[in-house]
Design a binder for this molecule. Structure first.
Ligand code: GDP
Ligand code: MN
Length: 476
């Protein structure tokens, strides 16, 4: 009797218990985090499959790829930081914030969150006050109320006290206000100002945006070659550029700065566009001279790391006008401060093209990135809904939409519009699928994901086992 009972117990432990545990695990994986609306759809649609098993395998592979990125991200963001490695600037910032009565903990953590050496950087005029306040409010609501990153405001004239007061009031992190001196905003001595004035006048007649604006040219040159060298940015490694009246239309519930550092990323974007050709007539020829003169700074075009093909259809002969829209950027200040980038900027600047033409910082940053950065050093923040000046990027992942807390309409997103945007080409060149770019901490269950793909294939009991075998296969 005792032996029989023991052997029954052993069989249970060896076989039934592991089976039960695996079943429960799969059931949990399958059902966890399923929004009610999807459950209803699922109930209504238990039908015989039309899709082939191949479709299911591909779909599950997509899912596994996407969740792997997210799982890595979550593990990374919750890993505790070695106290000895904490940078002094972070501690100083925390202290200052606490003195201001601002909590340095994120709302979910009891331990103070160790921010990155990073800040928002906002170049603005006093007249941009309302637009900047609106932008800050949106950043706080969608992201910074949990992280309290500081803001650095820059202006070529002193900020008015009310601008300072009204923006500090909205920020949950420290705020700093700096003047941009003439060495970063004025004319360099090699530029012929009369010639610049004449050419500006001509461009104004052609109805090109900002064609006749002098201040716009100073602004573009400053954003191309100087903001990252402003003393107020000395203590930071990463920046997030913000402009008046921008919208962030999805919750950002992870720290993009940390994501940049941990993945050794140098530059990131949300929207890509085509530049007005008339504003950069000689920019590419000037760039080609740079490529010839400084090959040591260029990722060889024949390397698989190079993404020259994103900006040039003929291996560097011509420029296709594609650029990252730089009013949103999260990037590495150290990259911009590097010899490679500064040599590029100085080479461009010497020709006076920022003034004689109207070179924008967007093509300048983008060309530099395409020449000098490896594919793996760029990131498309696909999960950040973003809007500026009538152009929208809105994530359109069907499996993700029910839970992502976005207020934008994916139908308005410019991403797939190959006439105006280069984002689809960027995904092609990098051989990236959008799903692998989702970094949002929440991701739908496998069940939600499959349902969203129209895969209501099996009865409830069969589902988990079959799916598990696919998951194991795709992981193997
Ligand atoms: P657009 O996005 O290309 O249409 O250009 P914006 O007019 O939005 O300017 C880009 C950024 O530079 C915004 O953050 C502006 O506030 C800022 N900006 C533009 N011109 C000036 C200027 O003359 N002085 C200062 N301080 N900021 C400027
Ligand atoms: Mn703008």
């Amino acid at each position: 009797m005792v032996a029989a009972a023991r052997s029954g117990n052993t069989i249970f432990r060896r076989f039934a218990l592991p089976f039960l545990l695996v079943f429960l695990f799969v059931w949990f994986l399958y059902n966890f985090n399923t929004p009610p609306v999807v459950q209803n759809v699922e109930k209504a649609a238990i039908s015989i499959p039309e899709q082939s098993i191949e479709t299911l395998t591909t779909t599950v592979t997509d899912y596994v790829m996407a969740t792997r990125t997210i799982t890595e991200m979550i593990v990374e963001t919750t890993t505790s930081v070695d106290v000895e490695q904490q940078e002094e600037v972070v501690l100083t910032n925390n202290k200052k914030l606490e003195q201001k009565g601002i909590s340095t903990a994120t709302s979910n953590d009891e331990e103070p969150y160790q921010r990155e050496k990073a800040c928002f950087v906002i170049l603005a005029r006093n007249t941009d006050r309302a637009g900047i306040r609106s932008a800050i409010q949106m950043i706080e609501d969608r992201f910074n109320h949990k992280y309290h990153y500081p803001y650095v405001f820059l202006n070529d004239v002193p900020f008015h006290q009310d601008f300072i007061d009204y923006t500090t009031a909205l920020a949950s992190g420290e705020t700093f206000y700096g003047l941009v001196e003439e060495d970063m905003w004025g004319y360099p001595d090699w530029v012929d100002q009369d010639k610049a004035w004449e050419l500006r006048d001509k461009m104004g007649e052609l109805d090109i945006p900002y064609g006749d604006s002098e201040s716009y040219r100073h602004m573009c040159r400053f954003q191309s070659g100087f903001f990252f060298r402003h003393p107020l940015l000395d203590n930071y490694d990463y920046y997030w550029r913000v402009e008046p009246d921008i919208h962030f239309t999805c919750d950002i519930d992870y720290d993009p700065f940390r994501f940049m550092r941990e993945n050794d990323l140098k530059y990131s974007f949300t929207i890509t566009l085509l530049e007005f050709e008339e504003t950069i007539e000689t920019l590419w020829d000037t760039t080609k001279e740079f490529i010839k003169k400084y090959p040591e700074y260029i990722i060889p075009f024949n390397s698989s790391d190079s993404f020259i093909s994103w900006i040039s259809p003929d291996n560097g002969e011509s420029y296709n006008l594609c650029h990252f829209w730089s009013n949103f950027e999260i990037g590495s200040l150290n990259w911009l401060r590097s010899d490679a980038y500064l040599t590029f900027f100085n080479h461009l600047d010497k020709t006076g093209g920022f003034f004689y033409e109207r070179w924008g910082d967007a093509p300048v940053h983008s060309i530099a990135a395409a020449l000098m950065l490896r594919k793996s050093e760029m990131h498309f923040f696909y999960d950040m809904g973003y809007f500026h000046d009538h152009v929208t990027h809105c994530p359109d992942e069907p499996a993700w939409l029910p839970i992502e807390k976005c207020s934008c309409d994916p139908a308005d997103s410019i991403d797939d519009d190959r006439l105006y945007s280069c984002t689809a080409e960027w995904l092609d060149v990098l051989e990236r699928k959008r799903t692998t770019l989702l970094l949002h901490n929440e991701f739908p269950s496998l069940r939600t994901f499959l349902t969203s793909k129209g895969l209501n294939l099996f009865t409830a009991n069969l589902h988990p086992i079959i799916i598990l075998s696919f998951v194991l296969q795709t992981r193997a």
